[in-house]
Design a protein. Structure first.
Length: 360
């Protein structure tokens, strides 16, 4: 959502570093006579070289992950994080499994791996292979510098097709998405701050890399959009977790096995959208509160299972997505007014101290 001007001025990733010459200048709009610097167009061979270079830098660090929980076998993707064998993926890829089989996108024998930690609110997890020899970690870029329209590559293992690459652009930033509850316990999680991309993302891509043309990982692939009516994937609408968020979370998982500071405000409750008899959303119902003292600030004494949240700091809340967006405007430690719907239709307002959203 930021730094659109970086692209206009040619200072974004993959931009031509040469200063514009006379041939690079265009006359301003409406015959104003003003000169606007426009980067010279990159020829197809130059752009192809950028693609190939970006792929060569990151694809050797992309892995295929196979896990088994009971009789269920699932596949996803991951990214080699360091030379110690830590691999970044999605929490929904690892599920409840503790042991995994890892294959490099470039081939080779499968390697066994174990779970290090998960952060379910951010759909991130870290596993570690037992044999880290030959693993090549890749670099994570600064996702705050992404701009809408920037070319990106999606790398992963869709449908078991190892080492697949698709391309697209950054279509949007700071998106809020509620995922399907399937594979995510019983309550559909809501993620904020996501990158939207037109690059094709298919089952098996989750946990893979979203890469800029400089060969930097700028996001971890997390989902595609599925039609509620047909259940089919909607092409050209995929999402990724920004690399800056990934780096902050993964560093804590590697060091401590859990996330204690996600810089993401939370209410300390598990909740889901409540609908009326016509199927219209009416608020967010609290299903359970945090079990550990300190999680969610002091909110576990203010909110109770059965409460229905209809506003946060005067921002209307009808769905879990609304609540996630409202919380995204806060930081842990902030005070917030929560408006609750009573059984008789009246409302009650209580003030809570927001805590940190943690991976329960």
């Amino acid at each position: 959502m930021l730094f659109v001007m970086a692209v206009v001025l040619g200072s974004g990733p993959g931009a031509d570093p040469r200063p514009p010459n006379k041939a690079d200048l265009e006359t301003g709009p409406l015959g104003s006579g003003s000169a606007v610097a426009v980067p010279a167009a990159r020829g197809p061979l130059t752009l192809e070289a950028d693609y190939r270079r970006g792929i060569a830098r990151v694809l050797p660090s992309v892995v295929q992950i196979t896990s088994q929980s009971g009789k269920e076998i699932s596949e996803g993707s991951g990214i080699v994080y360091d030379t110690l064998g830590h691999i970044v993926t999605n929490a929904h890829v690892v599920g409840d499994a503790k042991r995994f089989e890892v294959m490099l996108a470039t081939g080779g024998a499968p390697r066994t791996a174990r779970l290090v930690g998960t952060y379910k609110p951010g759909d991130l997890a870290v596993i570690k292979v037992d044999d880290a020899s030959g693993l090549v970690p890749t670099g994570f870029g600064n996702s705050d510098q992404l701009a809408i329209g920037q070319i990106v590559l999606a790398m992963g293992n869709p449908l078991g097709l190892s080492g697949s690459v698709t391309d697209g652009i950054v279509s949007g930033l700071n998106r809020t998405v509620q995922f399907s509850a399937e594979g995510h316990e019983t309550v559909a999680p809501t993620a904020t701050g996501l990158i939207q991309t037109s690059a094709a993302i298919n089952p098996g891509n989750s946990g893979g890399a979203l890469v800029d043309l400089a060969g930097q990982v700028v996001g971890v692939l997390v989902a595609d959009l599925v039609s509620v009516e047909t259940g089919s994937v909607l092409p050209g609408i995929g999402f990724a977790i920004p690399s800056n968020t990934v780096s902050r979370v993964v560093r804590q998982l590697v060091e401590k096995g859990e996330v204690t500071d996600a810089d993401q405000a939370g209410l300390g409750v598990m909740a889901q959208t409540v609908v009326d008899r016509h199927g219209r959303p009416t608020g967010v119902g609290v299903m359970r509160t945090a079990q550990e003292p300190g999680r969610g600030g002091g909110t576990q004494t203010a909110l109770r299972p059965g409460n229905v949240i209809v506003a946060l700091d005067d921002t209307p809340v009808l769905t879990a997505q609304d609540l996630a967006r409202a919380l995204a405007a806060h930081r842990p430690g902030d005070s917030a007014k929560v408006e609750l719907l009573n059984p008789d239709g009246s409302t009650t307002t209580t003030t809570v101290r927001l805590g940190t959203s943690r991976g329960d």
